[in-house]
Design a protein around this ligand. Structure first.
Ligand code: 6R9
Length: 577
């Protein structure tokens, strides 16, 4: 497997000029010196994101543009966010919420969500963001496991909070409650706007240790309940440097991260990374819709855009004519995370935006980007890129031996980087599993490295298919499938087979204008045989209107597999509707 396709960088004044040089000389000990707290040890993420900028020329710079399809259209400067988050911190303190307590935010993307997150962090409490689409079971699991004491939500979402089953929950702050505050159940209900109006703008920030808790992100495994991944304030070192070098944020950028804060991307790179760098962020409420998204880029003159393969694939499927209706000429830097970025999508991006899409690889557990494509380096379409300076990535076998180029194995990282998770809430055994090979963090992803040091994702380790003795990563097959003109999306699994061990089965969603047929199946199979390899071509294809996906856009192969085998699907709380 040789990868010859390369897309050279466009020369430019990037924050990171020379990757190889940086990789040789970088150290986290030096990198943390940009923060004065590296001497005192006392710190607060929300201060570094917001208040610090109010002591300099960014005080009246726009920190947040917010709009949504309902017609809200607002902007907030760093100074305004400082005052609002101070107020919110005071609201929580009035209720007795203190350092280390868990405060959950269950709201649609809105300014109130961002203010609540920042205010919670300012008083040293640990914030837990939830997707607004969560239903009762998902809300209960997370609030119960973390013993959250306070919740910010709205009257529409409140019925999904099973208060009686959450004895630790004492305070519920409702955004838009008006005069009709509920009562009872041993919980205090409050109106967000009234409390905010009455609260002081002056707040004593809680200065915490760098290892104190910051945020709790629940993420689903393939089995069992979701895991509460805890991050600490120290993560800011890596948020800051990755946002500076990978997102390449500069003072005049307009940056749009499309992720919801219910997903780690929406906090690490929708809040912390960009605001540590003093960048102007765009937040667009409402659901995905191609016209709406392009109009958002045009409206704000977005320059740096961080999104996900699933969104790019949906934009691609919507057709190039939609792109042409909008002026997207401000875009200068595009990035992707969450799933493998198909080469076809990278080529499409070049065609319609005239820009490369830069893939980045990381996980909820890693807290920040680890393997990336920098604007200053060649992109090999289909590759996740190279390790960020200060990160040692490797492909290892079950015993921890490093494997040579092109050998598929565990994608692992040498332990010790600033934004590493510090625990799995109430589950030490789960935490230790990631470190079962001494010296390494084992990601659960399967990948190989090429001779130039680029990493190539193959699938989750559990998803790798073994067909007639050949190991096949589902991603390569899926990427080939979406190159077929009729295919919008594809999910590939191994289906048990008495002769071959497993056979490759593909679930395919067709593009608009194509109808399922036996002929089309055969055509798609032939297409993969000719382009990839005979052994990697699906033996079975099933057409589906939609593929099961998480709210962050990941195709849930384990659900496809469970359907196929008629087995229980496990935890589905993070699945899209
Ligand atoms: C940030 C985030 C982590 C898992 C990860 C991997 C997949 C993420 C990817 C990618 C291929 C990329 N993943 N980025 N796979 N290429 N660039 O996504 O966190 O939701 O915890 O998911 O997502 O399988 O292990 P999280």
């Amino acid at each position: 497997m040789k990868h010859d396709e390369r897309i050279a960088p466009v020369p430019g004044d990037y924050n990171l000029k020379d990757y190889e040089e940086a990789y040789r000389t970088f150290s986290w000990e030096e990198a943390e010196k940009v923060f004065s707290w590296s001497e005192t040890g006392k710190v607060n993420m929300a201060y570094e994101c917001i208040d610090r900028h109010c002591e300099g020329p960014r005080k009246n710079k726009v920190a947040l543009y917010y709009s949504d399809p309902s017609g809200r259209d607002e902007k907030y400067t760093f100074y305004e966010l400082k005052r609002l988050s101070n107020k919110f911190g005071n609201v929580l303190r009035k209720f007795g919420v203190k350092k280390g307590d868990r405060v959950f935010v269950f709201l649609p993307r809105s300014p109130e969500l961002y203010v609540s997150v920042l205010g919670t962090i300012k008083i040293g409490a640990i914030v837990g963001p939830l997707f607004e689409a969560f239903m009762e079971g998902a809300v209960r699991d997370r609030l119960a496991d973390s013993e959250a004491v306070a919740l910010v939500t709205n009257p529409q979402l409140l019925p999904r909070v099973p208060i009686k089953e959450l004895p630790a929950l004492k305070h519920i702050i409702l955004v838009g409650a008006g005069d009709a505050l509920p009562q009872g159940d041993g919980v205090g209900f409050y109106d967000y706007h009234k409390e905010m109006a009455a609260a002081s703008e002056e707040l004593e920030i809680e200065w915490v240790d760098r290892e104190d808790g910051l945020i709790l992100h629940y993420t689903s495994g393939s089995t069992g309940k979701p895991k509460g991944v805890l991050h600490v304030h120290n993560a800011m070192i890596q948020h800051y440097w990755t946002a500076k070098w990978v997102l390449d944020l500069k003072d005049d950028d307009i940056y749009w991260c499309t992720a919801d804060p219910g997903w780690v991307t929406g906090t690490s790179y929708g809040i912390f990374g960009p605001w540590l760098n003093g960048a102007t962020c765009v937040v667009r409420g409402g659901r995905f819709n191609p016209d709406d998204w392009y109009a958002t880029i045009e409206k704000y003159g977005v320059t740096v855009w961080y999104s996900a393969p699933t969104a790019f694939r949906m934009l691609m499927a919507a057709g190039d004519d939609v792109v042409k209706k909008y002026n997207l000429s401000t875009l200068r830097h595009i990035l992707s995370v969450g799933e493998p970025l198909n080469p076809e999508v990278v080529r499409w991006g070049l065609k319609v935006f005239g820009k490369r899409i830069h893939d980045t690889w990381w996980m909820t557990e890693t807290g920040a980007m680890l393997i990336v494509n920098f604007p200053c380096m060649d992109i090999k379409p289909g590759s996740m890129g190279k390790p960020f300076p200060g990160i040692q990535a490797a492909i290892i076998d079950d015993n921890g031996n490093e494997l040579p180029p092109y050998r598929m194995g565990h994608l692992a990282i040498r332990v010790g980087w600033p934004s590493m998770m510090r625990k799995i809430w109430n589950n030490d055994a789960k935490y230790r599993e990631y470190f079962r090979i001494p010296g390494w963090y084992v990601s659960g992803d399967s990948a190989y490295r090429d001779e130039d040091g680029y990493f190539w994702f193959q699938g989750r380790v559990d998803d790798v298919i073994n067909t007639s003795g050949e190991r096949v990563g589902p991603f390569e097959v899926e990427s080939c499938l979406v190159e077929h003109p009729a295919v919008a999306e594809a999910g590939v699994i191994g289906k048990p087979d008495p002769v071959r061990g497993e056979i490759i089965k593909a679930f395919v969603a067709l593009r608009a204008g194509y109808e399922p047929s036996e002929e089309l199946k055969q055509d798609i199979i032939r297409f993969v045989k000719e382009r990839l390899a005979a052994h990697a071509a699906p033996r079975e294809i099933e057409f589906r209107d939609k593929l099961p996906k998480t709210r962050s856009g990941k195709i849930m192969r384990r659900v496809l597999k469970a359907w196929e085998l008629g087995l229980p699907t496990g935890d589905l709380s993070t699945m899209e509707d």
